[in-house]
Write a protein that binds this ligand. Structure first.
Ligand SMILES: [Zn+2]
Length: 85
C-alpha cells in the first residue's frame, strides 16, 4: 500500500498516510479539522525512481564489456584463444 505525505496548509501538521490507490485523498486535517490537508507530491520519490532506472541502464550497458575481457584466459590451451594462435 502506498504511503502519501500529507501536509496541512492551515496549521502545518504533516504526516505520512497509508492509503489504497483507490482511496479518495484526505482533505480534512486530523490536527486542526480544517479542509486544508493535501497530498504532497514528493519530489524525492520521483527522483529516486529516476536515478534507479538510470542506474540499471548504466549497469546493464557496462557489465557486458567487463565480462568480455575475461573469457580469453580460460580459453587458452583449447585452441580457441586468439592470443595463443
Ligand atoms: Zn491542520
Amino acid at each position: 500500500m502506498p504511503i502519501y505525505a500529507y501536509k496541512c496548509s492551515a496549521c502545518g501538521h504533516a504526516a505520512d498516510e497509508m492509503q489504497k490507490v483507490s482511496d479518495a485523498p484526505l482533505t480534512v486535517c486530523p490536527s486542526c479539522g480544517q479542509a486544508a490537508y493535501a497530498k504532497q507530491l514528493s519530489a524525492a520519490g520521483f527522483a529516486l525512481k529516476g536515478t534507479g532506472w538510470y542506474a540499471t541502464d548504466f549497469k546493464g550497458g557496462g557489465k557486458p564489456a567487463e565480462t568480455k575481457a575475461e573469457p580469453p584466459s580460460p580459453a587458452c590451451g583449447t585452441g580457441a584463444c586468439p592470443a595463443c594462435n
